[in-house]
Ligand binder design. Sequence first.
Ligand SMILES: Nc1nc2c(c(=O)[nH]1)N[C@H]1C(S)=C(S)[C@@H](COP(=O)(O)OP(=O)(O)OC[C@H]3O[C@@H](n4cnc5c(=O)[nH]c(N)nc54)[C@H](O)[C@@H]3O)O[C@H]1N2
Ligand SMILES: Nc1nc2c(c(=O)[nH]1)N[C@H]1C(S)=C(S)[C@@H](COP(=O)(O)OP(=O)(O)OC[C@H]3O[C@@H](n4cnc5c(=O)[nH]c(N)nc54)[C@H](O)[C@@H]3O)O[C@H]1N2
Ligand code: SF4
Ligand SMILES: [Mo]
Length: 764
Amino acid sequence: MQNGIHYRTCHLCEAMCGVAIEVQKGKIASIKGDEQDPLSQGHICPKAVALQDLHEDPERLRKPVRKTADGWQEMSWDEAFDLVASRLHQVRSEHGKNSVGVYLGNPNVHNHGALMTTLPFLRAIGTQNRFSATSNDQLPHMLASLEMFGHQILFPIPDIDNTDLFICIGANPMASNGSLMTVPDIRGRLKALKQRSGKLVVIDPRRTETAKLADEFHFVRPGTDALVLMAMVYTLFDEKLVNPGAAERLIRDVDLLHLACLSFAPDAVAEHTGLSAEAIRQLARDLAGTRKAALYTRMGTSTQAFGGTTTWLAYCLNILTGKLDIPGGVLFTQPAVDLVALGAMSGQSGHFGKRHSRVRKLPEFAGEYPASTMADEILTTGEGQVRAFVTVAGNPVLSSPNGQRLDQALEGLDFMVSVDYYLNETTRHADVILPPTAALERSHYDLIFSLFAVRNVAKYSEALFEPGSETRHDWQILLELAHRLEQARKGGRLPWRAELGWQAFKRLGPDPILDVMLRTGPYGANLGKASKLVQPALDLIMGILPKRHPLQSLVKLSPLNRRWQNLPKGLSLSTLKDYPSGVDLGPLQPSLPDRLFTRDGKVQLAPRRYLADVERLKALLEQPPSNGLRLIGRRHVRSNNSWMHNSKRLVKGKNRCTLMIHPEDAAKQNLSDGKQAQIFSGGRSVVLPVEITEDIMPGVVSIPHGWGHDRPGTGQSVASAHAGASINDVLDDAEVDPVSGTSVLNGQVVEVKVWQTEAQREPA
Ligand SMILES: Nc1nc2c(c(=O)[nH]1)N[C@H]1C(S)=C(S)[C@@H](COP(=O)(O)OP(=O)(O)OC[C@H]3O[C@@H](n4cnc5c(=O)[nH]c(N)nc54)[C@H](O)[C@@H]3O)O[C@H]1N2
Ligand SMILES: Nc1nc2c(c(=O)[nH]1)N[C@H]1C(S)=C(S)[C@@H](COP(=O)(O)OP(=O)(O)OC[C@H]3O[C@@H](n4cnc5c(=O)[nH]c(N)nc54)[C@H](O)[C@@H]3O)O[C@H]1N2
Ligand code: SF4
Ligand SMILES: [Mo]
């Protein structure tokens, strides 16, 4: 593009804000919010302008590079693909397919091309040693969705625009812009909540940016939310407030949940949690007594010792009080590309614990082992040891617990390749780095985040800049590697039919597939008058067929789905191109029982694996509340996980990578503001400046994640100049939530002391 305004979706976080990028003479002149975007209506956060920094960053890799004795050397794509495929194949031939490990990072889910080629790529590698950011993140939500609703990506989304009570636990959307709740302009939406006399309640160990807007705020001790939620369940039964409303006939095992909560009266849990018994009872009463209400939990309650059970209980509370599937409560979305229905149709609604990891016997989830055990699988010798590794859009050295151990593990590999455009803490261990095109050089459609949006919307953005002839998209890289690996395994050319498939995808790319998905999706082809004839016949057939017949799901997924007939039809790639700011498909709507994928068509309120965890929760009650300091994480609106710190505009200003500590705890250790503190756990430690604040609960300290850019051999000079330290260098990878296998990133016990330099410790 030479001159003009380009409309697209910002792909940096989950909020899907519409941006208007002004281009002059082939360069970005400005980036503003797109007022016409139906979801974000002009809102953007400070990160949006960094889209330009990312695009123009001279340190962003643009050609494949190989590590040599004389440093990194550029190579051609053909050489790079040959080298990578032959080395991976060699390791696989010598040591078996599980000797290759793969880690998929977060930006993959913001990239429809990469998403469509991940499966063939993983299949071609054939390993069981797969890992991703999921187990450092939303796994407990996926597990609860799978166990309770029968589908791992069917999430109940808070209808924040219509609710009258929003209870936000372990999430800070004012910094994160929401997660498993795509909600641009959370500030505006919370303001609107107040204007209609609604109420915001926040429960968090830190008085966060979101808490500062709350009508009611409670400190909670890290890792004890499950006690609070159990006591709320107890109160509902005790005070006869259970009323699932219309969903009642769809729920099973209410009595089992009742039995499970009996040991958790508010008076029994209060001291452990930091909330008073009366506050807990009142929360339960408010939730039950407000018709339109939504209780929402996220990172702080998911990546902690009771991540699985806490997330389950949060879902239960919404169900017991009749919030599931009602406007203003929590609802399932109906996106234009319905990955939920597509997944179910192809038998991919999810699985858990089908096999266990070699070293620590941790359960797989959706075919992946917990990221916490990545280093074990690389470092522990024996049959099945990981000797070659692939990372795609991930920086696990900074994002997974015990990063330094992972650092060592990656350094000892026989071969490593990273698909990434930065030379960072993880990719510096690679033998070859394959850099994809920049985001503005490719088209964009949010396959995943449309599933979480607080309104149904669809938006397609074309590439803003022509990719250079020497660059490759993520999907091209993954597809090419997959193809070569398949060929290597088969010892030559593939059968012609298979070959034809590869060639077709290579030529066409992901967008024609997206087009087919849109056209055959619930807002797809407009049948016009024909539907008058087709529909009654179809209704008859559907009435006769068993509920779980494949044809049922096919119709539900398709434009024949009656529920959506009053909405605009005829979505395709070309219609979306006519609406560059996106198409509004309306507010979230009730969808039960159609949208349930459980075997008996019911919501499972008390799955066994959660009931089995109740004993562990009881044991927590028997321990005295610990007096060690509990370490938690945090996010800041000008940062994005580990990879946006090379933008000067984002890192400028005061250092945000600090240790937050309450004045009482600081005094005990003689720490003062700005002084360096050392944070210990096991043999691990980091050093950070102290930030004393009353906003954090006594007994709790906080460090943001994604920092620690002082490791040698990286190629991000701005990030290195604002290095900070990595919280994951302190966190123990041995701690996982036993229910789900999720890493415990919040609530581990640490010690904090004044940092004594070597010189101070041993005076000469
Ligand atoms: N202690 C602690 N740890 C955490 C968290 C926490 O709260 N506390 N949060 C966790 C969460 S929620 C997440 S999602 C993870 C994130 O963890 P990861 O996904 O491992 O890491 P990111 O920091 O997102 O790094 C993304 C990488 O992808 C590269 N990249 C960016 N865009 C693209 C692209 O389009 N294509 C390709 N090929 N590469 C790209 C970047 O250069 C960078 O190397 O961190 C987790 N770790
Ligand atoms: N600016 C910015 N935005 C982002 C990201 C980013 O790095 N920066 N990352 C994106 C990603 S990948 C994700 S997954 C989302 C995450 O989005 P959020 O879930 O909103 O993430 P956080 O801001 O980390 O909020 C977690 C909160 O949990 C609290 N907490 C910690 N431990 C506990 C506990 O035991 N109990 C309770 N109740 N609370 C606890 C913390 O104090 C913190 O306020 O954000 C996304 N958006
Ligand atoms: S909140 Fe910021 S980073 Fe997230 S999508 Fe919107 S503009 Fe982009
Ligand atoms: Mo995440």
